[in-house]
Design a protein around this ligand. Structure first.
Ligand code: UPG
Ligand code: MN
Length: 765
């Protein structure tokens, strides 16, 4: 193959976006100069002139500005070298037809944890969509981990397999583009019908009708089972149950298709529910994925795995082949030491006016593109296709002769220590890169070990979660595993970002009420801050990472510290307000402050507009607003949780997001405060404080009743800042005082906020 590789046309291409890189660097230089001027001005003038309480305020403001500057500087590295990539699956397939290469096996790992929050029908849509990927069926295995161990999910998985027996051949025969049945039948097949892709005319239409009926039956069955299941499987059961593994294809009545053609065979579907005991830590999603890695190693042992959250369905059948274009490309400019191909997280339930900035533009449409020009985007939990050996903890082939060698030549004792005492599992690790699938007799014996490797006790004393597999030290297993396991060891990644009108490869769902969004952010922020602040894992102190790429280390560190925005946000939400009430100016160089503010707004507007391919004022405003809100809620509580975790007071938890709400208000662009808890309290309190300070302080200033006899000119920056914050926080004010509907801010939160703001005003105002 090595000799053939030279003649093959590359399967992928990469292009640096030079004009954008130039513009980004220019804006960064301007902003850095302004920020430096403003901070030095504050230090020289303000700090030296202040006395008493003024010193504390000035010091706090300087620290706030320094924190902002620090985070901003880290984040700039992710704009340094934006690139775009393209994959050419037709070239890959042509090379395969010429027998120049073989497609490696691919195991799709899907995780679900709770049939109430993650409706089984949606989970099964994900499973079925993965089975329908455009990939030789004999080389594709789909593994579903059910952390609830729910009989309902198992039943649904069996039904899903039965439906897939019709759906998969249909997709193959008519080259359907959307492998996700619910979406296909909801009208996303228009492209197929209109684009001439659909062959066979009437026959196709008839076939489609037939499959649609099957789908409706499947859907009804599952919905019916869900209704019946209410209270059947208790929370107790979910947290305490045996391991169970079922290879769904083999258990069905019909004969096993061992001899079917590799191309046309049905992909394997395996249901795995790892053992759960109250006393054993289960390590959330990372634990589930590691169990799937082990079970799949025993059954198909594909050298590549595609990881999907249960709510992230395949939206394009082409993605598996696209990922392989990068993995199998050995001619430049293919990335070297590639551990995984990351697809962006995109979502099917976004509203046009995305008030919670659920599109995650900052990450997937901006920073990942920039990181791709360095050493690749950070592992993002779902929608990535990774080398199994890299996840197992191998070093890239550049360092050893080849990853296969590394495990091949490892002593049996060492392998057992790392991977546990299943002899079959150890053998599977050794044989990872021997392309031949195991003999069927061998496979049968291996399957027997499946329950063993899915048990609680299996990992005890092994390297799982530390030296091998997804890492356990952080609840944000994706970020941490990508950084420690892969980038630190010299692996890289590539970003497969579709440029419209290409179909998004995967589409997930985002929470649609404010509380869920904030809880999710709190989890991300606390998990990443715990990594940032840890003495052992801080990305800025990781020598291997710094040696490989300082800018990459900066972006990884940015996410590790992003929760710290809470501190400057708290300063800016209290000090200018209280000082304004007292008639104390905080921005002694108004023009400088205005210029720095304008430059930061402009930089943000450019980022959003580049990502959206056009002036995007509304998205910009939504991001400004949500950023401010999140800083004093998700990020603030993220800091608190991370500190509690560090002190050992309370361990970080993985609060599952609910995928079951309809999100009607979110779709209408109205804030949904239902279920908002104390998490929202700092935001509502600060917003009351700010509004009161603005009104009262202005009145004092205009009426001349202020204690400081200052000109409005000196106070102008503060008046502007307070007005800007009031405008941004309008939905909160409205939710507290103007709205009457059931989704307004809960009355007790409003009352508490007013009381707290009054106390602060009484003490310091
Ligand atoms: O104990 C657990 C907890 C979660 N999950 C699964 O993990 C996935 C992600 O959970 P979700 O509640 O949807 O979290 P999100 O915040 O939407 O997930 C984002 O953030 C996670 C890290 O916090 C990443 O792992 C995800 O890939 C990323 O999409 C879901 O499929 C869950 O079923 C488990 O299997 N077991
Ligand atoms: Mn999710």
């Amino acid at each position: 193959m090595a000799s053939a590789a030279g003649e093959m046309r590359p399967f992928s291409a990469v292009r640096v976006n030079t004009p954008l890189a130039f513009a980004n660097r220019l804006m960064a230089a301007v902003h850095a100069a302004l920020a430096a001027a403003i901070i030095s001005h504050r230090v020289l003038r303000h700090l030296s002139a202040a006395s008493g309480g003024g010193v504390a305020v000035a010091v706090a403001m300087v620290l706030a500005d320094l924190t902002l500057l620090f985070l901003w500087a880290l984040s700039q590295a992710g704009l340094w070298r934006p690139v775009s990539r393209a994959a050419f699956p037709e070239r890959l397939l042509a090379a395969r037809r010429r027998s120049e290469l073989e497609l490696p096996g691919l195991d799709v790992l899907v995780v679900t944890a709770d049939p109430d929050k993650e409706p089984p029908l949606a989970v099964m849509n994900t499973v079925v969509s993965a089975m329908a990927l455009d990939y030789p069926g004999g080389r594709l295995g789909v593994y579903l981990s059910d952390d609830a161990g729910s009989p309902l999910t198992l039943l649904a998985a069996r039904r899903a397999y039965a439906f897939a027996r019709a759906w998969v051949p249909f997709c193959r025969k008519y080259s359907v583009q959307c492998p996700w049945p619910e979406r296909y039948f909801a009208g996303d097949d228009d492209q197929d019908a209109g684009g001439g892709d659909r062959r066979g005319g009437d026959e196709a239409a008839e076939e489609r009708q037939r499959i649609k009926k099957l789908y409706e039956k499947f859907k009804e069955d599952i919905e019916e089972a869900c209704r019946k299941d209410k209270r059947g499987w208790t929370n107790e059961n979910r947290q305490d149950h045996d391991a169970y593994v079922e290879i769904i294809n083999a258990s069905s009545e019909e004969e096993e298709e061992e001899d079917a053609e590799e191309e046309t065979a049905m992909p394997l579907l395996v249901y795995v529910s790892r053992e759960k005991r109250r006393a054993s830590p289960h390590h959330f999603k990372a634990g589930a994925l590691n169990a799937l890695l082990r079970v799949s190693a025993l059954v198909t042992n594909a050298p590549y795995v595609l990881v999907l959250d249960c709510d992230m369905s395949c939206n394009s059948r082409g993605s598996a082949l696209e990922a392989m274009c990068f993995h199998l490309d050995h001619s430049p400019p293919a990335p070297e030491n590639l551990a995984f191909v990351q697809f962006p997280q995109m979502f099917h339930n976004l509203s046009r006016n995305d008030i919670y900035t659920n599109d995650l533009r900052y990450i997937f449409a901006t920073r990942w593109i920039g990181l791709d020009g360095l050493r690749g985007p950070i592992l993002s939990g779902t929608g990535f296709c990774a080398r199994r050996d890299a996840l197992y903890g191998a070093t890239p082939p550049a360092a050893t002769s080849s990853p296969t060698e590394e495990f091949w030549s490892m002593e049996a004792g060492e392998l057992a220590r790392r991977f546990g005492h299943s002899g079959d599992l150890v053998a599977s690790v050794r044989n990872l890169h021997r392309q031949q699938p195991p003999a069927s007799s061998e496979t049968k014996s291996r399957r027997r070990d499946a329950k063993l490797v899915a048990s609680c006790a299996y990992e005890a004393g092994t390297g799982w979660g530390d030296e091998s597999g997804f890492m356990y030290q952080s609840v944000i297993e994706d970020y941490f595993t990508g950084y420690r396991r892969l980038f630190c060891r010299g692996w890289t990644s590539a970003y497969c970002y579709p440029t419209p009108p290409a179909r998004p490869a995967f589409l997930g769902s985002m929470p649609t009420n404010l509380n869920d969004v904030l809880v999710q952010n709190k989890r991300w922020m606390s998990g990443m801050l715990a990594v940032g602040l840890s003495t052992k894992y801080c990305p800025l102190a990781c020598r291997e990472l710094l040696a490989a790429s300082v800018p990459q280390a900066m972006v990884i560190a940015y996410f590790g510290f992003a929760a710290l925005y809470a501190f400057p946000a708290l300063c800016y939400a209290t000090l200018p307000q209280l000082c304004f009430l007292r008639g104390v100016p905080l921005f002694a160089a108004p023009w400088l402050a205005a210029a720095a503010f304008a430059s930061s707004l402009l930089q943000h507007l450019v980022e959003v507009s580049v990502a959206r391919r056009g002036l995007a004022l509304r998205a910009w405003w939504n991001e400004q607003r949500f950023w401010m809100l999140n800083a004093v809620t998700g990020q603030l509580f993220g800091c608190v949780a991370a500190v509690q975790d560090m002190l050992g007071v309370a361990a970080l938890d993985f609060d599952l997001t609910s995928k079951a709400s309809d999100g009607k208000l979110y779709q209408e662009g109205v804030f949904d405060f239902t279920g908002c808890s104390a998490l929202l309290l700092p935001a509502t309190t600060l917003c009351v404080l700010n509004a009161v300070a603005l009104v009262w302080g202005t009145w004092r200033m205009v009426a001349g009743g202020g204690r400081g006899a200052l000109s409005p000119g000196e106070m102008f920056p503060q008046v502007f800042l307070l007005s800007y914050i009031t405008a941004l926080s309008y939905p909160l004010l409205e939710g507290m005082f103007l709205r009457q509907d059931h989704a307004r801010v809960p009355a007790r939160i409003t009352a508490l906020s007013v009381a707290l703001a009054a106390v602060v005003l009484a003490l310091f105002g």
